[in-house]
Design a protein around this ligand. Sequence first.
Ligand code: GLP
Length: 247
Amino acid sequence: MKLIISQNPGLTAAEILKTRLQENKKKTFVLALPTGGTPVEMYKNIVRMHKNKKIDFSNVLTFNLDEYAGVDKCCPQAYCSFMEENLFGQIDIKRENINIPNGMAKDLNAECAAYEDKIKKAGGIDLFFGGVGENGHIAFNEPGSPVDSLTRVVDLTEDTINVNSRFFSCAADVPKQALTMGVKTILSSREIIILATGKKKAEALKAAFEGPSTSEWIISLLQKHQNTTVIADADAASLLKTKPGNI
Ligand code: GLP
């Protein structure tokens, strides 16, 4: 795993995306995209680069990492609304190239299986961007998620419900379940970039770089991946002895 410490992780991430899209020779570039507070800055930079004609989404296919179960896509808390507001509404992506799990599907298990299949049929993920939860979760793979898990319905932990309650009127309104790409889905990506900002993520990064690879800290499972970079600000990296660069 490689560590980059940046004063502006969102800008660093957007620059990497710009380079990967410029280098891309394939017909379609498959991009996995996160939600949450952390990537907002990345999306602002991507939109700015797009307006300056530095990033072109015409051959990009996206798969969002996760979505709440039972939340309508038009609801402000839905990850679908988040993506529309922060990115998709402001770039030239083809509507049919946007994929977000449908949390309102009648059969959520079938929805997850179809999502996994669609990723496979697209040739797998070229570049996966993710954030990290305070408990080390990636997407909604909570502690204990199996390393061979695929896209599926999961129960959210009480910790996650409390942390995410800031986006809802109260913790009781936060859905108890979500649809998420699995750990195996993520580890199958050709490149993984994780963004982490703020002191609240410091413990997760400590576990990622300096602890064992264990599903108690899902982020530490990325040690198994050959092409993963964590872009952190100084606060998120504050507990690390690890120096920036490859380890
Ligand atoms: C949610 C999302 C994750 C995200 C995490 C951290 O639980 N499912 O994909 O990484 O929150 O969010 P934030 O960036 O707001 O700290």
